[in-house]
Ligand binder design. Structure first.
Ligand SMILES: Nc1ncnc2c1ncn2[C@@H]1O[C@H](COP(=O)(O)OP(=O)(O)OP(=O)(O)O)[C@@H](O)[C@H]1O
Length: 261
């Protein structure tokens, strides 16, 4: 039995199909990159994996359990724009990640001191110990995104969901974030799903690269059909040079790029 099992999943909004017949089996510890045209439903798929939404049809199960009805601590998420708390210090942003999901509200006294100690260990690991007392606004984009990832990891999720986590960063910072994520992954053995518009990034970081696209298309009614997984590439050990895939399936180049605004 695989770790994450997506069986015949459909998702519609107001009867408008977004995803149809999505089937996927993922082993624990796999890194799955997701690419596809803008608006084809990649973020929707992540929300379904997060259990932030329930599919219109079909089921998503983790470790053979019952389908989740709401996000839990075993699933962490990071969005493109840093979702950190601007009014809290870097250290307390990590503390918040631990205290809020417990439903106990903000830690106090000895509990707060202990939580801050644990937060400092996380900051050490993500290279932000030297700015622990700063507010997020004083950090660079890459540092804020490292903080957002640190927050998500602090709950020790078994599944990490990344929605274009490096999309807003400059190319140099992106490369250092790739190294950061690769190291963390080796350390934690998490299962990761990452939506990206950057095909090279998808192949560099992923064990697999999934392409979402429509298999049916009605020119008179473009919204008639939803998207599904049309390719599932093995990207392990740089197994498939993505350039060769682009040569073979040129439409993928367009599918993997954001559409012009
Ligand atoms: N809650 C919702 N209610 C209605 N429509 C929605 C909702 N969420 C998403 N949609 C629509 O579903 C479609 C897919 O959106 P989604 O954000 O999943 O695509 P995406 O592939 O992640 O796009 P992008 O690459 O641009 O981020 C879009 O047309 C969007 O407007």
């Amino acid at each position: 039995m695989s770790f994450v099992s997506v069986r015949n999943v459909f998702q519609s909004y107001d009867r408008r199909p977004i995803l149809e017949r999505v089937n996927l089996e993922v082993e624990e510890g796999e890194f799955v990159s997701i690419v596809g045209a803008s608006g084809c439903g990649k973020s929707t798929f992540l929300r379904l994996l997060l259990a932030d939404e329930t599919p219109t049809r079909g089921t998503i199960t983790v470790a053979g359990g019952a389908p989740a009805r709401e996000p839990g601590r075993e699933r962490g998420v990071v969005f493109q724009r840093y979702s950190v708390f601007p009014h809290l210090s870097v250290r307390d942003n990590i503390v918040a990640a631990e205290s809020f999901p417990t439903g106990w509200g903000w830690f106090r006294g000895g509990k707060l001191r202990a939580a801050r100690g644990r937060a400092d260990e996380v900051l050490e690991r993500i290279g932000l110990a030297h700015v622990a007392g700063n507010y997020p606004a004083t950090l660079s984009g890459g540092m804020q995104q490292r903080l957002a990832i640190g927050q998500a990891l602090h709950a020790r999720p078994r599944i990490l969901l990344l929605d274009e986590p490096f999309g807003a960063l400059d190319p140099g910072t992106r490369v250092s974030m790739h190294e950061f994520l690769t190291d963390l992954r080796a350390e934690t053995k998490m299962t990761v799903f990452m939506v990206t518009h950057d095909l090279a990034e998808g192949f560099k970081l992923g064990d697999r690269v999934l392409v979402f696209d429509k298999t049916r298309w009605d020119p008179d009614f473009p919204e008639a059909y939803g998207a599904t997984i049309t390719f599932d590439f093995d990207a392990r050990d740089h197994g498939v040079p993505y350039q060769r895939i682009l040569d073979k399936i040129p439409s993928l180049a367009a599918a993997a790029m954001p559409s012009p605004a």
